[in-house]
Design a protein around this ligand. Structure first.
Ligand code: 2PG
Length: 215
């Protein structure tokens, strides 16, 4: 059985300011760095063999901190990036016009092929995230990878493994530096293939961040 840990990056400047990042980027806050250290402390005895991160700056930094604690290297995979939120990237959630808010809702409410102008659909996100996860199946036997990615991207992955539509990710709260785990297994009892072991665990964090919409 292959166990894959899924970690959302630490809190960033724009998460704290309620600004939309998508494939744009902002640095980790001091709290975000501390959260990454706490993930490292939690997983350092888990036998992690590979840390694989989205190539955006916030996931790179989080991954480096975790990989240091685990004593393994980091590689980057652009398929693990956050949803491309097109023209709404870098905007404050509170500053959206009614039309812009409607674009945002089009995506999160699951309109088929809905996308923010110049952005990506949830279907496209779901396909590239599943391909990024499936790449773990090609690692040498006995590997135990940890992927560092993003809120919507990881929520979409977990939702679709459960057989839910990609936009069901809005029913999951994956806070900064939460840990989820999915396993690939051939059990006769559970469904063969990917199954969800845990989602959104923050028990290792002494100062969990509120997510953007809760602030
Ligand atoms: O892009 C963003 O603004 C948020 C949305 O949830 O994602 P993340 O902070 O996880 O990259």
């Amino acid at each position: 059985m292959l166990q894959v840990y899924l970690v959302r990056h630490g809190e960033t400047q724009w998460n704290a300011e309620r600004r939309i990042q998508g494939q744009s980027d902002s640095p980790l806050t001091a709290k975000g760095e501390q959260q990454a250290v706490q993930v490292g402390e939690r997983v350092r005895t888990y036998g992690i063999t590979h840390v694989i991160a989205s190539d955006l700056g916030r996931t790179r930094r989080t991954a480096e901190i975790i990989a240091d604690a685990c004593g393994c290297g980091v590689t980057f995979d652009a398929r693990l990036r956050e949803l491309d939120m097109g023209v709404l990237e870098q905007r404050h959630l509170d500053s959206l016009s009614a039309e812009e808010e409607a674009w945002r809702r089009l995506v999160v409410n699951g309109t088929p092929d809905g996308r923010i102008p110049e952005g990506e659909s949830m279907q496209e996100l779901s396909e590239r995230m599943r391909a990024g996860l499936n790449a773990c199946l090609d690692l040498p036997a006995g590997s135990r990878p940890l992927l560092v990615s993003h809120g919507i991207a990881l929520g979409c992955l977990v939702s679709t493994i459960l057989g839910l539509p990609a936009h069901a990710e809005r029913r999951l709260r994956l806070r900064n530096c939460s840990i989820s785990r999915v396993d690939y297994q051939e059990s006769l009892w559970l469904a063969p293939g990917w199954i969800v072991e845990t989602a959104g665990d923050i028990s290792h964090l002494d100062a969990p961040a509120l997510d953007e919409l809760q602030r």
